[in-house]
Write a protein that binds this ligand. Structure first.
Ligand code: PLP
Length: 456
């Protein structure tokens, strides 16, 4: 997408910036679209083209872009104390305040916060701590992690291992592969063999049985944790059958397996609640992984929030006279934490969770109307998390890999969506108005229709 070839940022970027998740078949010629400005629910490219941000940056700009109140809070913290060493017995005011706030809004006894720099590092740290926890409990063999195909858990070495979008690992090495075991995704639309004609309840039982069988095959004494997103994001906006997470959680409890909820996308309002696991899906994670919406992406921050049961075991000297030896220079970064506190204040003051509860159904129901288009096979999601699955044949559900064409047409009409092969992902700022939702739906509808006309 070379809309800015005369722009010197475009050239410098193309020559020097190794972008995450970039298609090098086209990047070296086309470079990138430079986004120069972001304001509220809109972004602007370097040609001044204004677009509704249908993906909140990357599932993160929950309170919208470029807010002065947020900038003031960040400025205030920087001029007071931008950062100080968090190691050992030193802390800072925003990190302490935020840890207490996170404990308050996290369900049950999720009372202890380990700060990281994003979601991948939060998953990595969680897994190191889970292994440490089992070592200290005298269960040194209890180390394997069950994850799911199509789950996305990040891009550090171990988080990539957890990730079940296996194509992303082609030609890369993997470490400690024997520690991770993947089971089926909870995919209502494209189900595994043998599950095609089951009712929703039967399918839930089928998936739960797969988890339990896998724990038994590996040996419960060898399985440390199960990790799952409440709704799979990057893997396809996959909404599990009713009761699935609760059943998996019960199985985990039965076998002394920790349940890690990766809520990097879903926490802090995307589904209309602070935390989706308990409020929406009725289970109590042992570890909650958060990032992105924690401060709406204004400053990088993530966290692994641990139960008191885990904390009680790990909060001991690592060895005689030793310290718990893991952490980052930027764990509990004062400015990032101050941004998170301001983010929560804004969400509360502006009733942003209510906005998602009110407009989520408008977005989801409106999108369901796209199903009349012959290339729209499935529309799924919840709150402000939406996936539109494009197919060449509704009976066979054969994926139609034209999402990038829809993306281009949406962009021309003033909307950014995220194309993933045959899937259109929509995850807008939680501050969208009803007019924004209607405009978004209209643009998506027109763009899909135009692509349909081209391919039929
Ligand atoms: N977990 C989930 C569910 C995610 O969606 C992501 C990123 O999209 C991550 C983890 C990784 O987070 P980060 O990119 O901040 O490392």
């Amino acid at each position: 997408m070379n809309t800015t070839s005369n722009n010197h940022f475009w050239k410098k970027d193309k020559e020097h910036f190794i972008h995450p998740y970039t298609d090098y078949a086209t990047f070296k010629d086309e470079g990138s679209q430079v986004i120069s400005k972001a304001d509220g629910n809109y972004i602007y490219d370097s040609n001044g083209h204004k677009m509704l941000d249908g993906i909140a940056g990357l599932w993160c700009a929950n309170i919208g872009h470029g807010r002065k109140d947020m900038a003031d809070a960040i400025h205030q913290q920087i001029t007071k104390m931008q950062y100080y060493n968090p190691f050992g017995h030193t802390t800072n005011e925003p990190a302490a305040e935020l840890a207490s706030k996170l404990a308050e809004i996290s369900p049950g006894n999720l009372n202890h916060v380990f700060y990281t720099c994003g979601g991948s590092t939060a998953n990595d740290i969680a897994l190191r701590l889970v292994h440490y926890y089992n070592n200290l409990r005298g269960k040194p063999n209890k180390k394997k992690i069950i994850s799911r195909n199509y789950g996305y858990h990040g891009s550090t070495y171990f988080a990539a291992n957890l990730t079940g979008i296996h194509g992303t690992k082609d030609c890369f090495d993997q470490i400690a592969q024997d520690l991770v075991s993947h089971i089926s995704a909870a995919d209502m639309y494209r189900r595994p063999a043998g599950a095609e004609n089951l009712t929703e309840q039967e399918y839930c039982n089928f998936l739960a049985a797969e988890l339990e069988n896998r724990i038994q095959q590996l040996g419960a004494d060898n399985v440390a944790a199960f990790i799952a997103e409440p709704i799979m994001g990057a893997g396809g906006v996959l909404v599990a059958p009713e009761g699935y997470h609760r059943r998996c959680w019960e199985i985990c409890k039965k076998h002394d397996v920790l349940f890690i909820a990766d809520e990097v996308v879903t926490a802090f309002g995307r589904l209309g609640e602070w935390v989706a696991s308990k409020e929406i899906f009725d289970y109590q994670p042992d570890i909650l992984i958060v990032a992105k919406g924690i401060n709406s992406g204004y400053v990088p921050l993530g966290a692994a929030i641990l139960s008191s049961d885990i904390y009680d075991v790990i909060s001991k000297p690592q060895s005689d006279g030793g310290v718990l030896s893991l952490g980052f220079t930027y764990s509990g970064h004062a400015t990032a934490c101050a941004a998170a506190l301001k983010n929560f204040e804004i969400i509360e003051e502006e009733n942003i969770l209510e906005n998602v509860r009110n407009l989520g159904p408008v977005l989801q129901d409106g999108a369901k109307e796209l199903l009349t288009n012959p290339i729209v096979g499935d529309v799924r999601g919840k709150g402000f998390m939406l996936g539109i699955d494009l197919v060449s044949n509704k009976d066979t559900k054969e994926p139609l890999n034209v999402a990038s064409r829809v993306f281009t047409k949406c962009m021309e009409r003033g909307l950014v969506i995220r194309p993933i092969v045959n899937l259109i992902v929509i995850s807008p700022p939680l501050t969208l108005t009803e007019n924004d939702v209607q405009a978004l739906l209209q643009i998506v509808n027109e763009s899909i229709e135009e692509v349909y006309q081209e391919v039929s």
